[in-house]
Design a protein around this ligand. Structure first.
Ligand SMILES: [Zn+2]
Length: 343
């Protein structure tokens, strides 16, 4: 990247209301068949345009072609029965009816590769593509085949690696793995979580990122956060191991969160995607507020490694709010960029 402080988003952006019901997770599609395919592509282009107008440097598909950041990927795999459902606690936080692993899991066809090729055709800017991480995937399923969270995670890591290699070949510059489960299952993160992630990025030449967060601004997450006390030190558990890993970028939540900024010191040397936009409120940050978060982060991360970003995906937000937040991110990063070049 030639730009200093290159901006990007953690992932999802709201979909247009003609494509899916707004402000809702797992929102059903409003189109079908060929119309749905065309609608998803149109939405992707609009989402890209919003990012470009806001001055976002590393752009994404805004996750316009997927219903959910984990489930959509799993839907494309063999070995998972979506009709056979069990209720489990997701990230130890809320109950959900989830599909069952009934046999060996495998990927018989690419999941997002065509979508990534389409995005690649639309822009010459660097593009980032998000995939779910192995631990977050197993946490969204009931397993009646492997009877081991670790074994299933290793299987998913191999599948993710196949997909990631094809995304790289399609021209994706940064492949990001979403691992919010890393903020919950600390022993597993240390025992095999980071190792499975390393397996997922094996052999890749493009840059790789891991996004760890406190979740979307949905009720279950907001309630969980209120139990975490005055300081959120969860990153302390995963950062030392990630610092030693081969992952290039680490994406974390900063603005309006109770994460002590000095925890970033634990990943010194990595590129850090600093969340400067709160996704749990409709209040739009001012560019100056964004700038202030970035200035604070600069005490712990070198300027050439700081990537201003959002705390998490913005899919559940009203579309106008998300667009305004993108603009605040772009403008806030520009303020600090000017300060850095003048000093
Ligand atoms: Zn997130």
């Amino acid at each position: 990247m030639n730009t200093i402080l290159p901006t990007s988003t953690a992932g999802s952006l709201p979909k247009p209301s003609w494509l899916a019901q707004p402000e809702k997770l797992w929102s059903p599609w409003r189109l079908q068949g060929a119309e749905l395919t065309e609608g998803k592509q149109d939405a992707l282009r609009l989402s890209l345009l919003d990012q470009q107008r806001a001055g976002i440097d590393i752009v994404s598909d805004g996750e316009q072609t997927r219903q959910h950041f984990v489930t959509t990927f799993i839907e494309h795999l063999d070995g998972v029965d979506f009709k056979k459902r069990e209720t489990v606690r997701i990230r130890n936080r809320y109950e959900a009816s989830v599909p069952t692993v009934v046999g060996a899991v495998s990927r018989s066809r690419p999941v997002f590769v065509e979508d990534a090729q389409f995005l690649r055709q639309q822009t010459t800017q660097p593009i980032k593509w998000a995939l779910p991480g192995p631990m977050t995937m197993i946490d969204t399923l009931y397993d009646s085949h492997y009877s081991s969270r670790e074994r299933l995670a290793w299987e998913f890591a191999c599948i993710l690696n196949e997909e990631a290699r094809e995304l790289e070949a399609a021209g994706v510059d940064i492949i990001q793995f979403d691992e919010p489960a890393f903020n919950v299952f600390f022993d597993e993160v240390n025992d095999w979580g980071v190792a499975t992630l390393e397996r997922a990025v094996e052999g890749l030449k493009c840059e790789t990122a891991v996004h760890i967060c406190y979740g979307y601004g949905i009720k279950a997450n907001t309630e969980w956060k209120s139990t975490l006390g005055s300081e959120w030190r969860q990153y302390e558990e995963s950062f030392p191991k990630l610092q030693k890993s081969s992952l290039d970028l680490i994406s974390l939540e900063c603005h309006n969160s109770r994460v002590p900024m000095d925890l970033i010191e634990l990943i010194r040397g990595k590129k850090v995607m600093v969340g400067a936009i709160d996704v749990a409120t409709n209040v739009v940050e001012t560019p100056e507020e964004v700038a202030e978060t970035l200035r604070k982060a600069l005490r712990f991360v070198d300027a050439d490694k700081l990537y201003p970003c959002t705390n998490c995906g913005m899919a559940p937000l009203p579309r106008g709010v998300a667009t305004a937040k993108l603009q605040a991110l772009g403008a806030g990063a520009e303020i600090v960029r000017r300060e850095l070049t003048l000093s």
